[in-house]
Design a protein around this ligand. Structure first.
Ligand code: NAP
Length: 245
């Protein structure tokens, strides 16, 4: 049977995997949830939008004759990861899941972890100016009206009752650039998810430089094993199958 991969995307690693698959000539489809209005493209065939839960995904896998399911979704995309695990069980195909290690605090960091966004927002003082870097879901979870000033950065601005300062952008890779942004907005606190990886770490280094407290939403539980902690390890495992198939 010809090997055919379904890549569940939403991360920089997923895009790198797509580049690798295209260059290697692997048969693969790249899937995005379709939550942004201008989703990026890869060199692979693309599909957008949900599958309709684990059963819907299993049906799609069967219909498309997928042999390998690669879960390179974001660590906080817990529903999709659980669905991927279940769909792989239902169809009997191989699943490979990436689980980025969490960021760890270093000397000089002032990090505080919270189980929910509600608990996190409750810890923000009334006179604070919060920089909210926790995606659209983080913005939607804000108390209405917020008790404190908010500047939020995300790829899309969700509808909320009370306006906030919104920056439509990806995080900067340079800590100095993030520090300049925080200073320009008179930021006193930073709210983030513990995404891990290097793509959005600069904001934490900027917070350390400026002595800002970081309020961090705790990670969901990891998906069930087996898990790969680096994209290179996942690609090696996949390459072995593609070479054999
Ligand atoms: P989620 O809560 O785990 O998933 C919600 C639903 O969205 C899933 O049940 C599935 O719908 C659909 N979905 C999610 N990822 C998909 C994909 N790659 N292809 C097709 N359908 C997908 O996910 P989320 O937290 O809303 O995140 C949505 C997307 O944004 C994910 O791809 C994730 O990698 C990316 N992302 C998330 C975060 C974050 O902090 N959560 C940050 C950066 C990027 P059905 O059940 O109908 O199949």
């Amino acid at each position: 049977m010809t090997q055919k991969i379904l890549i569940l995307g939403g991360t920089s690693e997923a895009r790198r995997l797509a580049d690798h698959a295209a260059k290697a000539g692997w048969s693969a489809v790249f899937s995005l949830a379709g939550v942004t209005t201008t989703p990026f493209k890869t060199a692979l065939p693309m599909r957008y939008g949900g599958f309709g839960g684990a059963k819907g995904l299993a049906e799609w896998i069967d219909a498309q004759e997928i042999t390998h399911l690669v879960d390179t979704t974001h660590p906080y995309a817990a529903t999709m990861s659980a669905n991927a695990f279940e769909a792989a069980m239902l169809t009997g195909i191989k699943r490979l899941a990436l689980w980025r290690p969490e960021w760890q605090a270093e000397a000089g960091d002032d990090w505080h972890q919270f189980a929910t966004m509600d608990a996190l927002f409750q810890a923000v003082p009334n006179n604070a100016h919060l920089f909210l870097a926790a995606g659209q879901e983080g913005i939607k979870a804000l108390p209405q009206p917020p008790r404190f000033q908010v500047t939020a950065r995300a790829l899309e601005q969700p509808d909320i009752a009370h306006p906030i300062t919104f920056i439509k952008a990806l995080p900067a890779a340079d800590p100095d650039e993030e520090a300049v942004l925080f200073q320009a907005h008179h930021i006193t606190h930073l709210a983030v998810k513990n995404a891990g990886g290097s793509a959005s770490r600069a904001k934490l280094e900027a917070a350390r430089q400026l002595g800002l407290p970081v309020l961090m939403l705790a990670r969901p539980k990891p998906p069930l094993p087996p898990l790969f902690h680096t994209l290179d390890a996942l690609i090696s495992a996949l390459s072995a199958d593609m070479a054999g198939g």
